[in-house]
Design a binder for this molecule. Sequence first.
Ligand code: DAH
Length: 339
Amino acid sequence: MIEKLQKIKENASAELSGVSDKATLAAYKVKFLGKQGALTEVLRGMREVSPEDRPKVGALVNEIRDAIESAVAAKEREFERAELEKELASSFIDISEPSKGHEKGALHPLSRVYETLIDACVNIGFKVVDGPEVELDYYNFEALNVPKNHPARDMQDTFFISDNLLLRSQTSSVQARAMKSLTPPFKIISPGRVYRNDSDATHSPVFHQMEGLVVDENVSMADLKSMLTSLMRKTFGENTELRFRPSFFPFTEPSVEVDVTCPTCHGEGCRICKGTGFLELLGAGIVNPKVLEMGGIDSKKYRGFAFGFGVDRVAMVKDGIGDIRSMFRNDIRFLKQMK
Ligand code: DAH
């Protein structure tokens, strides 16, 4: 048995020099290590080996197998390296060739406006607060001084899920929530999706708003005005003028609507602003004391101002987008134009 094994060892090392490529290597492997191979055959004869000799024979078998396996592995590596070298020598890569160029992505026009507005607010101390899109009637309306059957509900064609549950129609719902959870003084903005049953070139059933709320001891209309002016100038440019018109919202008293200089014609009057030089962009006002009280805030001690606007509308005005729906179709041709 030992002799047989020594013979296999000699043959294996003698025949290794004849292994010159992958095919002969495969045949060599089968011959010595395969199921019908020389080593396996010897192992089958183990039964005839006396028990005291078995460990010695076994150890020798293992030693030979290991030697053959590592020789085979070395040959494999050798052939692979040779193949790679051949390929490298025959192929030529021209590293001086100009690249074909690859497409660069860009932020969506809406994300760009969001970033500008949020950055501007965060820089002056606002905290970003989130709220649920599936909202209770209470936070979307009642806590904002819009009781059930109030006519102001008509303006916000709301998607109701049940009597008390709806898709929020305004991010003002987040101010109602924030009042309950935060202790004044605080400054928050809440950007997010809102829903209304409306669809045409300037209305989409889902759109985006950003709400701002400041609650402190001595805030006034003058603070609101200066803050909005600086925010709109950061967004539309330093030459932007703001116009405040009296208006009505149930949650603010007094309430204003805010117009900004049309960024297309810079106040000259054009098709976009219908010749007026201004665009109506925001709703705002001094928070109605009733709303503060419902939010658990002492309206004798604290006052608040709030503002809200459509982010999509800002993006449309800034980038001259005619149809709000094109912002949600994600047509790559449209998005490329907006880069
Ligand atoms: N939520 C109002 C809307 O969707 C916008 C608004 C107006 C928000 C006045 C406010 C505000 O915070 O004070 O039309």
